[in-house]
Design a protein around this ligand. Structure first.
Ligand code: HEM
Length: 376
């Protein structure tokens, strides 16, 4: 029996490929911001423990000051992929969201609490007070949100457990169990946090108005953290890939009715190659005792690699989702599409303009921070 609710009565207003493309672009940017938040926060907490070390405290403050801004990007870059995912996979995603309803809706409250704790963490650090426990609480909550997102994104792929879960609680009071893909997938994101957090430190060292001594401390530590956790990230990625069902692995290798998903398979190798290159760049920053100019350059290379490897990860992940659903009779390409080109055109114009405004905002924030730090 087909476990999915009857097809949505409204046809898709844009081609599947276009919705997927927009989903990949926006979700990749969400992942970059999520990793900066998860990794940057934990690094700032750890650094804040060394209260006798001025270098550690300066670094912790520099990261913490930016985390509330990063959180804005996490949220705003999370909304568009949620909308695209619901349009494409609504019959699976709405069902899984309802099945863990209490937890799913609680994300909003947990998110607000995390945000508030981030402000408290920064304020306490700036005031020279002990702040690690506030920052750690925010990190635990953010990690729990990540866990709930991984839970929903994997539960939507398991229609075989939906009926039992609904029988156990129609209120969505239980979380699913018994999915071997969930924990590796979540740990992959957590390890990626420390990896991207380290790369972010190298970038910060190149951009911020640190003294020469602070610059080499921030770049050296960030490079070492990124190099070490890049290896953990690779292990977690291989683990997450290895626990996928055989039929999914075969599809990624091009042995399915959809050779297109070969691209996702290649994206997996691309992700691996990009992480390896980023680990090497991080090691150079970490151990190379670089001049300020070289720190700036490695910082930018790290940013570029971080964006590219998140795109590769999202394309791979997209193939895993589609092939898993396909093996359970959900074909995302099999939808009635009635494209409203004037609306699509207007949307694209506004989308590009919106991205331009976001880029401008980022540049204003970057320049404003320099003024603040220069004045401090
Ligand atoms: C502290 C805040 C957040 C954290 C730590 C976080 C973390 C994550 C993680 C780890 C995933 C990957 C899950 C997986 O597939 O295994 C994810 C996916 C996702 N997040 Fe976030 N997220 C946060 C906030 C948000 C918000 C506020 C939104 C939307 C309003 C959002 C929208 C999404 C969507 C739509 C996906 C998956 C999309 C898809 O698979 O198509 N996230 N997030």
């Amino acid at each position: 029996m087909n476990p999915y609710p009857a097809v949505d009565p409204i046809p898709l207003p844009a081609p599947v490929w276009l919705l997927k493309l927009l989903h990949v672009v926006t979700l990749s940017l969400h992942f970059v911001a999520v990793e900066m938040l998860l990794g940057g926060l934990l690094l700032a907490v750890l650094l804040s423990l060394f209260r006798g070390s001025p270098l550690s405290l300066v670094t912790a403050r520099a990261i913490a000051r930016r985390l509330t801004i990063v959180m804005t990007f996490v949220i705003n870059l999370g909304v568009p992929p949620l909308l695209f995912a619901q349009v494409l996979y609504g019959r699976a995603l709405y069902t899984s969201s309802v099945l863990i309803g209490i937890y799913w809706i609680s994300i909003i409250g947990i998110l607000m609490l995390t945000y508030w704790l981030l402000y408290r963490f920064t304020a306490r650090l700036e005031a020279g007070k002990s702040a690690w426990w506030v920052g750690l609480s925010a990190w635990v909550l953010a990690g729990f949100i990540a866990r709930l997102l991984s839970t929903n994104m994997t539960l939507m792929l398991r229609p075989e457990v939906w009926r039992n879960m609904y029988s156990a609680s129609a209120m969505g009071a239980y979380l699913p169990t018994g999915d071997p893909t969930l924990t590796p997938r979540w740990l992959l994101m957590l390890a990626g946090g420390m990896f991207i957090g380290g790369l972010w430190m190298v970038y910060l060292a190149g951009r911020s108005t640190f003294t020469a001594e602070e610059k080499s401390f921030v770049a050296g530590l960030g490079g070492k953290v990124a190099a070490a956790f890049g290896i953990v990230y690779i292990v977690a990625g291989l683990w997450a890939a290895s626990v996928q069902p055989e039929i999914v692995k075969a599809g990624l290798a091009g042995h399915s009715g959809y050779p297109l998903y070969r691209i996702s398979g290649f994206a997996g190798y691309g992700w691996l190659a990009l992480v390896v290159v980023a680990v090497l760049v991080a090691a150079i920053a970490g151990f190379g005792k670089l001049s300020a100019g070289w720190i700036g350059l490695t910082g930018w290379v790290g940013v570029l690699l971080a964006v590219l490897l998140e795109i590769a990860l999202v394309v791979y992940r997209d193939g895993v989702r589609d092939l898993t659903l396909l093996s359970k009779n959900y074909d995302v390409w099999d939808r009635v599409v009635v494209t409203n080109w004037s609306v699509v055109g207007l949307f694209l114009v506004l989308f590009v303009a919106g991205l331009g405004v976001v880029g401008w905002l980022v540049s204003v924030v970057a320049r404003a921070e320099k003024v603040m730090e220069g004045a401090a």
